[in-house]
Design a protein around this ligand. Structure first.
Ligand code: G6P
Length: 367
């Protein structure tokens, strides 16, 4: 079927706005009727005995994998390695028996990711994949395919596929956590219920659109922008920076907040906006103290947090974006919305083409 922009200026805007219904659909494919079980497509993988997971991807899918590492390690207690496919494939990493390899790819056709998959298959690893295109090469060569059910994604910068990847990876993490006995039945159900709040929380988060338009006017004049996050928000800081550079052509870097003093703080002055993603999680106070170090050097902080977080820490910041209060598990998925909208509106303010950024392709099928 032909897909049109449905009244939006860009496919990217449409795909951002679609996320509540996309996630609802994705979640519905992965649970039973009373939301008491995560259900995966048929497979014969012994989830209780996944002792190590190797994740490989490129671009935005790589950041989805990096975010999922926090969930697999913290919730399921499974050690995870994550790598970009172009590095992984040539390193010839030794593979121990029983290794599970998980490939994340919207298109399912990215050449480096596919080559990494073939390498792992040649080493007898069990191959799992999270793809949006179920007929793709990566899907065909996997032992277990977890489709996103996100519908066709046209904007070059991935948005709805990213949040759907995170949702599927979170579902898999809690499924494996429960299978391994790392969480009990009550915690398992709680996490399923949390994930089912995603569509509602994402719609709420989308309400920031107007506020982001104003902020983007100033971001559009910057030469460099730094994104900071801690824990599962660190990969999201990198994803926010990637989106911004892809479509607005402004140099941006994502850093773990705690690493600020080991380099990037030297870049800070009043001309450098610093986007701080700080949900009220156990690391909130640490993020705030890193943010204060930025402000002490005249950095212009855009603080993204919930109402309570902003009430505690907004003093002295240049701008704020209010996010709904979220369970820790969902924070990196909800905070993807401001990352996407900041990039989109900054691109609009600069007059670049968000759907067709220069030099980039939707799917990189050659090396
Ligand atoms: C390209 C696209 C990105 C995408 C990446 C990986 O760089 O511009 O949006 O994240 O490829 O693509 P895949 O289809 O493997 O997720």
């Amino acid at each position: 079927a032909r897909v049109d922009k449905g009244g939006y200026k860009h496919f990217m805007a449409k795909e951002i706005a679609e996320q509540p219904s996309v996630l609802k659909n994705t979640l519905s494919h992965y649970q039973n009727a009373d939301a008491s079980e995560v259900e995966l497509p048929d497979h014969n993988i012994d989830l209780a005995h996944i002792d190590r997971l190797t994740m490989v991807a490129c671009g935005t899918a790589f950041y989805a994998a990096l975010t999922a590492k926090y969930w697999f390690e913290k919730i399921a207690r499974v050690p995870v390695d994550v790598d970009v496919a172009s590095e992984f494939r040539y390193r010839e990493p030794p593979v121990s028996p029983g290794t599970c390899a998980l490939f994340v790819s919207q298109s399912g056709e990215t050449a480096d990711t596919l080559a990494a998959l073939r390498y792992m298959a040649s080493q007898n690893a069990t191959i799992l994949s999270v793809v949006n295109v179920p007929e793709s090469s990566i899907a065909r060569e996997s032992d277990l395919v977890l489709p996103l059910h996100a519908g066709v994604e046209i904007g070059v910068a991935s948005t709805k596929a990213f949040t759907a990847q995170l949702a599927v990876l979170a579902l898999l993490a809690i499924k494996i956590a429960y299978a391994r006995g790392a969480i009990d039945a009550a915690q398992y159900r709680t996490h399923i219920a949390e994930l089912n709040r995603l569509p509602g929380l994402i719609s709420q988060a989308l309400g920031i659109d107007g506020a982001v338009q104003d902020i983007a006017k100033k971001l559009a004049t910057a030469q460099d922008i730094i994104f900071l996050g801690r824990g599962a928000l660190y990969p999201l800081a990198m994803e926010g920076a990637l989106k911004l550079k892809e479509i607005s052509y402004i140099h941006a870097e994502g850093y773990p907040s705690g690493e600020l003093k080991h380099g990037p703080i030297a870049l800070i002055d009043k001309s450098v906006p610093v986007v701080v993603m700080a949900p009220m999680d156990p690391l909130f106070d640490k993020s705030v103290s890193n943010m204060q170090e930025v402000m002490a050097r005249s950095g212009q902080v855009l603080l993204i947090s919930c109402k309570q977080g902003l009430k505690t820490a907004a003093e002295g910041t240049w701008a704020q974006i209010t996010m709904p209060t979220t369970p820790d598990l969902l924070a990196p998925i909800i905070y993807a919305i401001p990352a996407q909208l900041l990039a989109y509106h900054t691109a609009l303010a600069k007059g670049t083409d968000a759907d067709q950024p220069r030099n980039l392709a939707k799917s990189v099928t050659v090396e």
